[in-house]
Design a protein around this ligand. Structure first.
Ligand code: FE2
Ligand code: FE2
Length: 257
């Protein structure tokens, strides 16, 4: 089980934590390091206006002008990282539970199942690091999602190859939509900052790049499911409708709890 405390401790010890913490930058930012958060340091508060340049004239290099996050933006980012981490945990558990019965009945699916699992495990590692780095509380519903995801994976695999693939199709359809929505919200946030003369900063650009990469990999899983007869599952409509509704409910709950 992932431990955000131990991960947080190791990040702090390794010195990685302060640099990219755009949600609460002031707590751990050492004075000797450059702070790339969007929060304007108090000492430079007068330089917050877009028409002014932050930074030391003596150094000769103007520091980027970053707009402090509003509470609404902080809440959005916290929710986004929390729900993404929960979703990726569920994805790894679904594939873990699906693989034994599915590969036992259809050995040719072993490489595909391993490939998709490895990608999900990579996504989970990414969000584990991000929620620790930004000190976002993981969802309190971890135990619930763990049981439901494992049950869903095992149950659909026992129903057969088509049902397992229909499960992947339904989950990835919802997750792809979910990531697209987050990417759109972030890009709108960036547009607002740039319109006011602020810079976005590499940490936010990196976040959008990460979300796009993961979104594309989820849609690759969706394609694999369709190529492997997801639509032949019986009863296809009922199965995919229930799973999609479950995903939407889990996303809604994990954003809040
Ligand atoms: Fe994923
Ligand atoms: Fe996926």
């Amino acid at each position: 089980m992932f431990s955000s405390k131990s991960l947080l401790r190791s990040l702090r010890q390794s010195g990685q934590l302060p640099v990219h913490d755009f949600l609460a930058p002031a707590l751990f930012a050492p004075t000797s390091r450059r702070c790339i958060s969007t929060t304007t340091p108090k000492s430079n508060a007068s330089a917050a206006a877009p028409s002014n340049q932050e930074g030391s004239a003596a150094a000769g290099t103007p520091k980027p002008k970053r707009k402090p996050l509003t509470k609404e933006q902080r809440d959005f980012l916290s929710s986004a990282l929390r729900v993404n981490q929960a979703g990726e945990l569920a994805a790894t558990l679904i594939y873990t539970a699906q693989k034994p019965p599915l590969v036992n009945a259809h050995p040719h699916l072993r490489p595909l199942m391993s490939h998709m699992y490895e990608q999900e495990a990579g996504h989970l590692r990414t969000f584990n690091v991000l929620i620790a780095k930004h000190r976002v509380r993981p969802t309190a519903l971890y135990p619930v999602w763990s049981v439901l995801a494992s049950g869903l994976g095992w149950g659909t695999a026992v129903l057969g190859r088509e049902a397992a693939m229909a499960c992947t199709e339904a989950v990835e359809t919802e997750i792809g939509t979910h990531y697209n929505s987050q990417i759109r919200s972030l890009l709108e946030m960036f547009e607002g900052w740039e319109a006011e003369g602020y810079e976005v900063g590499p940490e936010f650009r990196d976040l959008v790049g990460t979300l796009r990469r993961i979104r594309d990999e989820e849609l690759e899983h969706l394609d694999h499911a369709l190529e492997n007869d997801a639509k032949q599952a019986k009863p296809y409509w009922l199965l995919t409708s229930v799973i999609k509704a479950g995903c939407r409910g889990a996303i809604w709950a994990s954003e809040k709890v």
